[in-house]
Design a binder for this molecule. Sequence first.
Ligand SMILES: O=C[C@H](O)COP(=O)(O)O
Length: 327
Amino acid sequence: MPTTAPTDPAPGLTAYSEVTASEASLRRFLHGLPGVDQVGAEARAAGLGTRSIKTTAKAWALDLAIRMVDLTTLEGQDTPGKVRALASKALRPDPADPSCPSVAAVCVYGDLVGEVKAIVGDQVNVAAVATAFPSGRASMAVKLADTRDAVAGGADEIDMVIDRGAFLAGHYLQVFEEIVATREACVRPDGSHAHLKVIFETGELQTYDNVRRASWLAMLAGADFIKTSTGKVQPAATLPVTLVMLEAVRDFREATGVQIGVKPAGGIRTAKDAIKYLVMVNEVAGDDWLDPDWFRFGASTLLNDLLMQRTKMTTGRYSGPDYFTLD
Ligand SMILES: O=C[C@H](O)COP(=O)(O)O
């Protein structure tokens, strides 16, 4: 899937080169960002979550949400057969209805990229988790080898985890440099690059202020997307955390001209929840982000509920949950 994210930093970013020149200047910048009003963020997220949308808009939103799904399986017990079945589902989520769109990507461990690619070709992206997912605990050499291996295997997108230990210890420049190095490892021999999503594991970051700091850090380092969670730690994606990240990408684009995508992942299971997120995207970042190039849902089972709600809207009745293959 083509995306309009720039390969090279836009001119607006050069204004930030001094910020990332040293640990001290980066710390000064990140700690100088306005603090997040926790109560205000949670109240706004809750308020946006109560908005209802009308029938035509709902049909549009369901299809958009399907197109935004990164259909994910990240289990030690994943088999080539399971992954191939998931890839077929990603390509044709509802085989009985050709008008049903494909999802954005299939997200798997790096060694399974080829299995997905063999089914989806260039019609659906393949995303691989990397950099010692989910813990992020390995030497830099291992993390970069992990990334290069997935890119060489055909991954269109790399979902890397940051070193939360380094971030929480305040070693911001180390985290920045790891993201920069991983981005370089995403470059293919022809000069194009696999798109880089940077996972914060917000459930471990402790405060909304840290989520805002991690967002700016990753964007300054060249992330194409910022992503909440691995799905392995609770809480995973939440509306307030996603709100803080949407504000960050909005402010970053205003400051630099560079648009960055957002991917909440983990724990998003119902169409109702997905629509809450879409309302929030529209209200906080704006409708430029209402596109799979700029917003994704990392989810293993959300697609099933989106399909059931879609069938209900087109036929007037629910098909049983068994009608769609459950992940
Ligand atoms: O990135 C996505 C997650 O790993 C999937 O989480 P989920 O099973 O809660 O949907």
